[in-house]
Design a protein. Structure first.
Length: 345
């Protein structure tokens, strides 16, 4: 049996404590390289390597473009950069198109690991909102790798683990405390691949195409090979979205490479709707203020009828502004299966 060489980890909201526990539990003799993606804002300070260095015995560093990776080390995706890995030992860092609203995103790392290392990779999904990582974990599973998910009952934000459990036949669903000994055992003993080469060939072709897109090496014509045009547009660049095959979870990509699951697309469209409503409210309120200002200037000129007309128009527009504000308040109160603020996690 061949042991795992690479561990890829994805986390979002509530994932920091789980990552610290994972780093503290891995032994100094750990025999695999570990790569971590955490959803962060582009302006976030790159503090995670220092935090994890203090937590456990393994050296932790921010991933560097073109560097070789070594077993027994932990590498963290820097803010606003995807991290990809290549066999036998290369790291790639770039500002490829966002996936599920994030850069770094989990799915690009998981796909690259599945493509390069097949049955010698383990994928972990930790706490987080929505479902980034589910598609990448499915790729690892289909390539014969090991799939591990944090027990949703202990996750601060259980959406990502729950999505992975719903869509992937996960090998292990465990608490964070059980992950270090499990990974150490897998790195030492491994497991046989359950996926035959014949099953892996078409999967590898598609995986490579999507890895190339994340690496900024794919073209618009490459994206067109992944699916069929949908009725929807990309919230990032407003290009047409393609639906990716008949996969679950449902997925979309635009020709520039931005990618979304259906859930993250719903969340992104919700944000776009709110931004549009606030912009509408601002424009209406500015028009009311301008009309009142014009009316005030009309009175000294003894043009009372013009002032009255301006004030009447202002009252009508003010009513439209109230409707826009009510729509914002209704949206805030509406129940939803999508956690509010999920993309900001």
């Amino acid at each position: 049996m061949a042991g795992i060489d690479v561990v890829v980890v994805g986390a979002s909201a509530g994932g920091l404590e789980a990552l610290k526990a994972l780093a503290s539990g891995l032994p100094a003799s750990f025999q695999a390289a570990v790569f971590i993606v955490v959803h962060t804002s582009p302006s976030s300070p790159d503090m995670l390597p220092d935090l994890l260095n203090r937590a456990g015995p393994l050296p932790v560093a921010s991933a560097v473009q073109g560097a070789k990776f070594e077993r027994g080390n932990i590498y963290v995706a820097p803010p606003d950069r995807h991290i990809l890995i290549e066999a036998p030992d290369r790291i790639r860092i770039n500002r490829g198109p966002k996936e599920n609203g994030f850069r770094p995103a989990i799915d690009p790392l998981f796909r690259s690991a599945a493509l390069a290392f097949g049955p010698h990779v383990a994928g972990l999904i930790l706490s987080g909102n929505l479902d980034d990582g589910t598609v990448g974990l499915a790729a690892i599973k289909r390539r014969g790798g090991v799939t591990i998910v944090q027990d949703p009952a202990e996750a601060s934000a259980p959406s990502m683990p729950l999505s992975a459990l719903r869509e992937v036949r996960v090998d292990h669903c465990v608490g964070v405390a059980a992950m270090p000994p499990l990974l150490a055992s897998l790195a030492d003993d491994g497991k046989p691949s359950r996926t035959s080469p014949m099953e892996m060939v078409p999967m590898a072709d598609k995986l490579k195409l999507e890895v190339d897109i994340a690496a900024h090496e794919g073209t618009a014509s490459d994206v067109l090979k992944l699916g069929v045009p949908s009725l929807f547009t990309c919230p990032e660049c407003h290009g047409a979205l393609l639906q990716i095959g008949e996969e679950t979870p449902m997925r979309f990509r635009c020709h520039t490479g931005h990618a979304f699951t259906a859930n993250t697309l719903v969340a992104a469209l919700g944000e776009s709707t709110e931004e549009a409503l606030w912009s509408t409210l601002r424009a209406l309120q500015e028009k009311v203020m301008l009309l009142r200002h014009m009316a005030a200037h009309a009175r000294p000129a003894r043009n009372a009828s013009e002032a009255a007309m301006l004030l009447q128009e202002g009252r009508q527009i003010q009513q439209r502004a109230r409707l826009a504000r009510q729509a914002l308040l209704l949206d805030d109160a509406a129940p939803s299966s999508i956690p509010r603020g999920a993309r900001a996690s």
